[in-house]
Write a protein of this length. Sequence first.
Length: 85
Amino acid sequence: MKIELKDRTQSPVYAQVRQQIEDHIRNKTVASGESLPSPASLAQQLSVDKGEIQRAYYELEHLGMIVKHTGKDFLGKPKVEYRVK
């Protein structure tokens, strides 16, 4: 899944990320049940604050497009995963 940020004066980062993920889901370039990158890794990839990605995911979750799963990693630490609904 490729996300490109454009001019940040036109729309906020979270809105651009949300819209592009939404487009990927509607165009079926991201399959149902597929995991999205963690907010931290996507934020690092785009060189933005993790909060921007978390807000985008939060809005997508409330639109019913993605689902948040909470579990544990192999060390027993809490792990959050986002999947396309």
